[in-house]
Design a protein around this ligand. Structure first.
Ligand code: HXC
Length: 527
């Protein structure tokens, strides 16, 4: 020890020097390497993401202990991940960001320990955790120890599921079993062109099956947002990904014990001009589509709707908005896509969203315009029965306030699935344009009026006109929302323009809803 090191000033100077030589110098080099690839460094990503000056780093001095493969010659401080706490919109979060410039962001023993520590912190304190992934996966030099750390992360992610919001932003590779880290979290955001996720890469696929496929097609952002449904948002670039997650966090509570964030917003008590547009949304022809986003945007505060998974199963829309400044989750059939039919993908997308909202006490608004399930062998053979059951299960077990508005079609099983009263919705409202029945007019006429149609044929009458008249009569007499209202299936029929005022009152009235459930370990959702 030199004299300088034995004094307080000397020791402080020593700390500064160490920070300069290790953290600052390492960061400088990391930026250079990442910028040349059009990417930010791990620390830069955190700094861009959080409120300025709020990041407090954990474990900046951690170093790996591996000696194999000459690893003891390179022991960078902080290893391959930056972890810490900060605020976003003034609210606390925990964050980790993998550093691709250190051993390819790979996860060995100490990088794993750092992530585990910050996850434990987030769960203990009850704050959302955001992971930024950019990694070659398990550190090859560390073998089974690295694999074990993934196991620990998976176990903790599962334990924290439904306790704190968990969000993953994939900003580079995520390969092999490592993909299950993000897959277990609530939301996965991917950056277009620069992020890739796959369990087995193009080389392995070619060797084993002979199939030739590139990184992008196999596991790029577009693939996972539009085909597989692994990802919930396709960001144009890193800044867009971070913006989206900041916006998302603003809708979410800190944990499952805290209430949804409430922003100051004037209560909406009278129907205004914007509301009046809803009276003109539903086309006169029942087969003409409309965009359900036009309805959603009128209903939520400041027309601000954050859609989740917009590119996947677009026949159902899910996302967050606010009423009176408080978050609600919205699930809506989209008549503009596949006539708003339900299929496997739509069912799974909506089911997971319902379960997320329910876990975190986010009230659910369901907008129904569904002609039924998408028919076909493809759907039946890929499990529309088993996989479609998830949405029923999700609604039926949800205990948050639920309000359902039937705007137009609500046919068959799909009527029951989409937030019906029997599955647990608290307040069900219909527009006068609602059609609620076992099936649509044309289908019903084929079954109920077979002999009348045959007779019309024999008498040489205009069969199409007869059929249409019968279908119109059926639609008018059987599918009328007044019939459902008569039976108490729906609680009221309102003018579309009154919807925002009605749902605002409904959710306000439901704020104290509590449902006691019998004790059980957990249910057995069809998977
Ligand atoms: C140690 C790794 C590494 C890894 C990359 N590197 N992956 N080091 N363990 N898993 C290092 C490289 O040696 C290199 O070091 C640096 O990171 C950058 O890697 P490059 O290959 O030069 O980068 P790039 O061309 O961009 O390719 C990135 C890549 C590729 C596609 C991720 O590196 C790759 O295929 N890596 C292996 C991926 C993989 O199979 N991982 C195991 C998955 S299984 P230098 O010193 O040259 O800069 C898994 C199991 C999880 O993760 C268990 C869950 C149960």
């Amino acid at each position: 020890m030199t004299n300088a090191e034995s004094t307080t000033a000397g020791r402080i100077e020593q700390l500064r020097q160490r920070n300069e030589e290790t953290i600052v110098a390492k960061e400088r080099a990391a930026r250079e390497r990442q910028h040349s690839k059009g990417k930010q460094s791990a620390r830069e990503r955190i700094e861009t993401f959080v409120d300025p000056g709020t990041f407090v780093e954990f474990d900046a001095y951690v170093r790996h202990r591996t000696t194999a493969f000459g690893m003891d010659e390179k022991r960078p401080y902080g290893d391959a991940v930056v972890t810490g706490i900060a605020t976003v919109h003034g609210r606390r979060i925990a964050v980790y960001s993998q550093d691709f410039t250190t051993f390819g962001g790979s996860l060995g023993e100490v990088a794993g320990e750092k992530i585990v520590k910050i996850m434990d912190y987030a769960t203990r304190v009850g704050v959302p955790i955001v992971g930024m992934l950019d990694s070659g996966g398990a550190r090859i030099q560390e073998g089974v120890v690295a694999l074990g750390k993934y196991g620990e992360i998976f176990k903790r992610t599962t334990a924290a599921s439904g306790v704190i919001p968990q969000i993953s932003i994939v900003m580079g590779p995520a390969a092999g079993g490592a993909v299950y880290g993000p897959a277990l979290t609530d939301f996965v955001v991917m950056v277009d062109k620069t992020s890739h996720m796959f369990v087995t890469g193009p080389d392995v696929i070619k060797t084993v099956t002979g199939e030739e496929v590139g990184f992008e097609e196999l596991g790029g952002g577009l693939t996972h947002n539009s085909i597989s449904g692994v990802s919930h948002y396709l960001a144009a670039d890193e800044a867009d990904a971070l913006d989206y997650v900041r916006a998302l966090l603003a809708f979410l509570p800190d944990n499952n014990q805290s209430e949804v964030p409430a922003y100051d917003h004037q209560a909406h008590r009278v129907v205004n001009d914007l509301d009046q547009t809803l009276n003109r949304v539903i086309p006169d022809s029942p087969n003409q589509p409309y965009d359900v986003l036009d309805i959603i945007e009128v209903l939520v505060d400041d027309r601000e709707f954050l859609e989740v998974q917009p590119l996947y199963a677009p026949n159902i829309v899910i996302g967050f908005g606010r009423l009176e400044g408080r978050t609600i989750g919205i699930i809506a059939n989209q008549p503009k896509q596949m006539a708003g039919t339900l299929n496997i993908e739509a069912g799974e997308k909506a089911a997971r969203f319902v379960r997320f909202c329910d876990s975190f006490s986010i009230p659910i608004l369901t907008l129904v315009d569904v002609p039924g399930y998408l028919p076909g062998t493809d759907q039946e053979w890929t499990g529309v029965i088993r996989r479609g059951a998830k949405l029923i299960y999700a609604y039926a077990e949800a205990t948050v306030p639920m309000v359902t508005v039937i705007t137009r079609k609500a046919y068959g099983g799909a009527y029951i699935v989409m937030g019906s009263k029997q599955l647990g919705a608290d307040i069900n409202i219909a527009w006068p344009t609602a059609e609620i029945a076992v099936m649509g007019g044309q289908g019903a006429v084929n079954i109920l009026y077979r002999s009348e149609i045959k007779q019309a044929e024999e008498e040489g009458r205009d069969v199409a006109a007869v059929r249409q008249q019968l279908a119109n009569d059926y639609t008018y007499n059987v599918t009328s929302p007044f019939l459902a209202a008569e039976r108490g299936e729906i609680d009221g029929i309102i003018e579309p323009a009154e919807t925002r005022v009605a749902i605002t009152k409904a959710f306000r009235a439901l704020r104290t809803k509590k449902v006691a459930r019998p004790e059980r370990k957990h249910g057995n959702i069809p998977l």
